[in-house]
Design a protein around this ligand. Sequence first.
Ligand code: NA7
Length: 537
Amino acid sequence: SGPDRPMQLDAAVIGAGVSGLYQLYLLREQGLSVRAFDTASDVGGTWYWNRYPGARFDSEGYIYQYLFSEELYKDWSWSEKFPAQPEIERWLHYVTERLDLRKDIQFDTTITQARFDEATGRWRIETDRGQAIDARFLITCCGMLSAPLRDMFPGQDTFEGEIFHTARWPKTPVDVSGKRVGVIGIGATGIQVVQTIAGAAGHLSVFVRTPQYVLPMKNPAYTSADQEAYKAKFHDLATRLPHTFSGFEYDFENGAWAEKTPQERVEILESVWQDGSLKLWLASFAEIFFDEGVSAEISEFVRGKMRAELKDPKLCAALLPTEYGFGTHRVPLERGFLQAFHRPNVSLVSVKDNPIAAVTPRGLRLADGTEVPLDILILATGFDAGTGALTRIDIRGRGGRSLKEEWGRDIRTTMGLQVHGYPNLFTTAAPLAPSAALCNMTTCLQQQAEWISRCIAYMRERNLHVIEADEAFQDEWVEHHDGIAAATLVTKTNSWYMGSNVEGKPRRLLSYIGGVGTYRQKCDEVAASGYSGFSLR
Ligand code: NA7
């Protein structure tokens, strides 16, 4: 096909990661002509791009898997509790081959533009290869954290060494041995990089602006008995996970903080801390998210654990968060991150009061003029989360309205599944649905892909061709979302959760915080009512 003869599809899916693969599968099972497109040269999405040293799950592997097929689930075995990127990528290849998806995916292709044609009720889509696609439905499966923030500092292009963003890590190994390496950022990504390369780098400078609460990761290797044991939980996981707060195996089950004695509280915190997972965050006390007093006490508990590792008062001053509450942004797991600062070849460069001013040909210059010479600069500086993947595509809805312009003013969606003004556009991992921030991604993405697939099936059964979220229903959803968000401490902390890591981005909690189970119930109610809140024709 070319611009004159567009490729005809029932549905075009953007992305071949965790959500795109499943969405493609579901729609194809329905008998639709569907094709997925991805900028990458292979499947994997997040797990294709993030091949930086130390990249791994902070979710247990057996929780991150798809739960729609027992066979697919059980025929894959993880080698450890929190597997690393190469193994995750292999798993997604396994899924792709098992479901025979590859033949319907077009790689090395970026969707550049999509315009809704009101006359036909279809999307006209263009690619960077000059292809045109004409599709009834456009479904974005672009991931929540896929638009990397790469152009961060003046002078980056003058750097004479090598510069990498973690989410655009090359496939060929980067040799850090004997090199002067700088890492900017200590989010979940920076932490994994630092702890992984600290031993190998000649000298490692870690640039720290905002300290992070971290929890220890315990990552046992799995024996075949361990694998059998978690696989035996399949039915329980498949029925329970979708109804929890965050889509994990564990949930808030300890009762109210106020009803516990101080001794009981410490015992509970100690036991979830010992779990070596995100349990302390997502399954200790829900009050973490809305009660200042409880937040203060749990924050101090975590600081105490970090203090015990760090010892050195100077390190404590630079690495212990005091200005926001534990869990009000993404909590990373660590395995050697704190210890890395005790190594003689690792230095912590605090850039809170003395920010990074520029990249120079030989390294970094700080505001006070200090030069830090570097051979390799690693940007673990994060993403334009939630919106970036879509605003980097020129998406035009009814009357030529631009999603980029609208979200530039105010980020609004209908349950994160549709946007008023953009008929037949479905979104996954979009703002105002539970996602990466507060949900185990696969749990949420599976539910969203299933909801979209069922909605399309419903339309086809009734010979309906166009669906659009009503403005009034969207307003209701945004209000509902904001109401819950405002009752939490999350909205008081700056992070990508709130869009505050991107200058000028409208401030709104990107992820729905009412709970995965509640969200699912609301989505199911909409479907059961024949999609009230949406106009279908
Ligand atoms: P994050 O969590 O957004 O972290 C980005 C880090 O980069 C964070 O420590 C930032 O410090 C730091 N940063 C960004 N710009 C600067 C400048 N100019 N100077 C110093 N430091 C800077 O991204 P990740 O990739 O780690 O994680 C994203 C998500 O992926 C994660 O939450 C998981 O869900 C998976 P700041 O906090 O802004 O002071």
